[in-house]
Each structure stands twice: as C-alpha cells, then as structure tokens.
Ligand binder design. Sequence first.
Ligand SMILES: [Zn+2]
Length: 93
Amino acid sequence: MGNVCSTNTLASIFCNLCYQISQGAKAAQKRERNAKTDKGKTSQKKPKEAPKSIICQSCRQDFFITTREPALEEHAQNKHSKTMAECFPTFGK
Ligand SMILES: [Zn+2]
C-alpha cells in the first residue's frame, strides 16, 4: 500500500489521506482568512498617533498635547506678543 492516490476522482475522494490533507488545507485557509480579517480590524482600530494636539491659533503651529503651559505661554509672548489664552484658547479645556 502506497500513499499515492491515482488521479481517478472517486479514488481521491475515498482516499483517507487525501481527505485529511484537503481538510487540513481548508482549515489552514480558514485560519488564514480569519487572520487577515483580524488584521484588517486591527488596522482600522489603530488609534491615531496623537489624539489631540495643541495648535497655536496665531500661527497654526502644533504642540504635543503634553506641552507644558509655560512653554505655550512663552511661545505666545515671544512669537506673537500675545497671551497664552489668545494663542491657545482651548488649552486646559
Ligand atoms: Zn504661534
């Protein structure tokens, strides 16, 4: 008894080895499909790099959300001779 099937279709269907291989292949395909689907979902759910940034209303320069108030105040005064509230009205809100 060899493991090689004849090319006869009926023989292939009833060959247990072929059946197992085809089932295994189907399962692998299914896993692959699921993996791709999951990957797609993951990429869709991928959060934006910075959910919010602080943008100067005077020059549109954006700062990290973690930028400290003194740095923003300094920017407002040095660059625009304005108050922090004028350049960053949304800060802290
Ligand atoms: Zn500015």
